[in-house]
Ligand binder design. Structure first.
Ligand SMILES: NC(=O)c1ccc[n+]([C@@H]2O[C@H](COP(=O)([O-])OP(=O)(O)OC[C@H]3O[C@@H](n4cnc5c(N)ncnc54)[C@H](OP(=O)(O)O)[C@@H]3O)[C@@H](O)[C@H]2O)c1
Length: 327
């Protein structure tokens, strides 16, 4: 009996000790990033996820600026936000591949509290058939464009008016957590954002700037509609294991993640599992999430292997069918 109660005591003591230890070591420390009355600058804010984010940030009382290339789409976005919220957003027409153009836009916009680097292009296709120009386009817009935005915005974020905690959020993708068939170029561009974000967080923490990396699954947007026209069939089969979300739902998860200063921001339950499976050496502010990551690591690795088993099964079946039909 005494041995049993000692065992029960140990079972309780171990997780409590782990929680206490994690409480002492998790870094960076928890933070809240206010949005109300602050300047939120969103790239790719004229369409899809970026537009939904602009709507929500405006609704929450932020001063919102959006940047994209097409002046026409920017104007439409501005009208739709004004109609829905009564708030007028500022628009900037620039290509993120052009550093001088984004610097001019940001200098005109003034000090920034929250920068959301959301612009992105996704052109699927197996590397063997995809042109290098398409690969370069994804690297230029998704990676180099993000460097341009951050480099131009950093001095303005440091100059923010009320001095509260600031945020730099980067829109990655679940294809930036796991390589998916048909996404060699896209996955490379989105995985790159992770390295950028992890290193940047260490560089800007002393300025009270907090980096968030958002990982949406397939999201119903004009961009996805275009992508679907070219998506290899196998990509759809594999990506189907994480269902499509609405742009508003992703924007809500993204904004909540930014406000809570989360480094990794998953958007659905599969994304939550992915974030644990790929936690690696990434920063973690939440003691509870750190606890889940430590305790679930082995089990989640097993689930990840099951996913790989399923995906490679689909690939093998696909090729076997192709051989049978003589393709
Ligand atoms: N939709 C999905 O399934 C999904 C899933 C995971 C991650 N994501 C990521 O989420 C982000 C937004 O995707 P979305 O589906 O909302 O895309 P979207 O509907 O195609 O919107 C893309 C936005 O980016 C702007 N943009 C594109 N190229 C640009 C450039 N060179 N310079 C400046 N702005 C540019 C577009 O405006 P202009 O064309 O006028 O420039 C538009 O405002 C992307 O980073 C994407 O990779 C999307």
């Amino acid at each position: 009996m005494a041995a049993l109660s000692f065992l029960g005591f140990l079972v309780l003591l171990l997780p409590l000790t782990l929680l206490l230890l994690l409480y002492l070591i998790v870094r960076p420390k928890p933070v809240r990033i206010p949005i109300k009355d602050r300047h939120v600058f969103i790239t790719g804010g004229s369409s899809g996820i970026g537009l939904a984010l602009a709507h929500q940030a405006a609704k929450e009382g932020a001063r919102v600026s959006i940047l994209a290339r097409s002046g026409e789409k920017l104007e439409e976005a501005k009208q739709s936000i004004q109609l829905a919220t009564g708030i007028e957003v500022a628009t900037y027409s620039a290509d993120v591949r052009d550093f001088d153009a984004v610097k001019t836009a940001l200098d005109e916009a003034g000090p920034v509290d929250v920068l959301v680097v959301n612009q992105g292009v996704f052109v699927p296709g197996e590397l063997e058939v995809q042109s290098l120009d398409e690969v370069r386009l994804m690297i230029d817009v998704n990676i180099i464009g993000s460097f341009h935005m951050i480099k131009a915005a950093l001095p303005l974020i440091k100059k923010r008016q009320n001095g509260g905690p600031a945020s730099i959020a980067l829109m990655s993708s679940q294809a930036g957590q796991v390589g998916i068939y048909g996404y060699t170029g896209y996955s490379a561009s989105k995985f790159g954002l992770r390295g950028l974000a992890e290193a940047l967080q260490q560089e800007v923490i002393a300025d009270d700037i907090h980096v968030s990396l958002i990982f949406p699954p397939d999201t119903e947007t004009p961009g996805l509609e275009e992508e679907n026209k070219r998506r290899p069939r196998l990509t759809s089969i594999i990506a189907a294991s994480s269902g499509a979300m609405k742009a508003d739902e992703v924007a809500k998860k993204a904004l909540d993640g930014i406000k809570s200063g989360s480094f990794i921001v998953p958007c659905n339950s599969e994304g939550f599992l992915l974030s644990i499976a790929t936690a690696g050496l990434s920063p973690q502010r939440s003691v509870l999430m750190a606890f889940v990551e430590v305790v679930a690591a082995g089990l989640i690795r097993f689930v990840a292997l099951c996913f790989q088993w399923n995906w490679y099964g689909s690939i093998e079946k696909w090729h076997a069918q192709g051989k049978r039909s003589g393709n």
